[in-house]
Design a protein around this ligand. Structure first.
Ligand code: AQP
Length: 349
């Protein structure tokens, strides 16, 4: 927990299972976003869950303001990437955050529930604000309260995310617990993070201690979902490794972060366990393993990048999908915000 749990808090009553997650249109999608998040979103769509997937455009301007045309383009590209990866907008609710104003309205309430001390402990705040915290935006500082609102506005019970978002999910739980406690209610669920699979934390190809990220200044650090086959092969060939051959067992990857990262990526793309992959490739040098990895990445990613490019030829259709998704999202969000205001004591006409 990021904050002390108030005494006497009860866990949530049963809520209808509902999945919510989002991705920022802060740049093009990376392999990290795909393996850590989108692939899991698609898997959960097949389960017996109501699924709500969001393009969190309000979050995308917290680290820095983007060129308006770039934000519009990246928003549409993210929608295209979601659909090309298997999100079906007739099964899942797919929309962009700014079209459902209830997100920011609930975030305000949560700004008043969350404590400054909780926010200051967020590693993403520390990483992104760096040494220049005085100059960082207030939005970056308050980011986790908006994220809690994104999730709790739908009474989401499960949130699939990569490992880097675990702390924000814990803060979401803390906000729900404090709200429920302060108002003597059990209105908000205590959401479960779903962090599963071989690639919950895909690392930079240039530095095995750093997360692969859309906003890393080095393009060679990541595989973009729109990279062509030659670019993928070149990035994998140049990926940092060590001089030893691959081990036959997972323990042999300890203290070898770059080797572990490439094996994890392979396992996630092949939908195999790390152990099964190492049974096949143990003893091989990287000069043999890297071409296997780039071939597999191209095989898996090129249909997605091709379909993304095709969908991007029809921006009006993408906008219509977002409008329809926002209408469906509002049907769930509006009564939950109204009830929240009522609990807080806001007089509604
Ligand atoms: N490297 C990663 N490995 C596994 N999962 C990852 N995710 C991001 N990077 C990795 C997961 O993708 C989802 C969306 O993330 P986001 O766009 O909301 O923000 P982020 O986590 O900050 O992702 P980036 O790519 O690093 O964006 P920037 O550079 O803008 O900050 C989340 O579920 C995240 O866990």
């Amino acid at each position: 927990m990021t904050a002390a749990q108030p005494e006497g808090v009860q866990t949530s009553p049963a809520f209808t299972p509902r999945v919510f997650s989002g991705i920022q249109p802060s740049g093009g999608l990376t392999l990290g976003n795909y393996l850590g998040a989108i692939k899991r979103f698609v898997d959960m769509q097949a389960d017996d869950f109501e699924t709500i997937y969001c393009v969190v455009d309000l979050h995308a301007i917290t680290a820095k303001l983007l060129e308006p045309d770039a934000l519009r383009q990246q928003t549409r590209e993210l929608v295209a990437g979601y659909i090309a990866s298997g999100i079906d907008p007739t099964k899942s609710i797919l929309f962009n955050q700014s079209q459902v104003v209830e997100h920011t309205q609930l975030a305000w309430i949560f700004n008043c529930v969350a404590r400054v001390g909780w926010m200051k402990r967020m590693t993403q705040w520390k990483d992104k604000a760096g040494k220049n915290q005085e100059n960082a935006s207030l939005g970056l500082f308050a980011y986790p309260a908006l994220m809690a609102a994104d999730i709790l506005l739908y009474h989401a019970t499960h949130v699939p995310v990569g490992e880097d978002q675990k702390q924000h999910l814990e803060l979401t739980r803390d906000i729900a617990i404090k709200f429920n406690h302060d108002y003597g209610t059990e209105f908000f669920p205590i959401t479960e993070p779903v962090i599963e699979g071989a690639a919950t934390r895909v690392m930079s190809l240039r530095d095995g201690s750093k997360k692969m990220s859309k906003s890393d200044p080095s393009d060679a650090s990541r595989i973009n979902m729109t990279d062509d086959a030659d670019t993928i092969a070149q990035k994998v060939r140049k990926a940092k490794t060590d001089p030893d051959a691959l081990p036959s067992e997972a323990e042999g990857l300890e203290r070898r972060p770059e080797a572990r990262n490439l094996v994890n990526i392979y396992a996630a793309l092949a939908e195999q366990s790390v152990e099964a992959v190492l049974r096949d490739v143990g003893g091989k040098p990287f000069s043999e393993f890297k071409p296997m990895l780039s071939d597999l990445a191209v095989e898996r990613l090129s249909p997605i990048s091709g379909e993304t490019a095709r969908l991007m030829l029809h921006p009006d259709e993408i906008d219509a999908i977002l409008r329809g998704g926002a209408d469906r999202a509002r049907e769930i969000a509006t009564p939950i915000l109204k009830k929240t205001y009522d609990i807080v004591g806001m007089v509604q006409g």
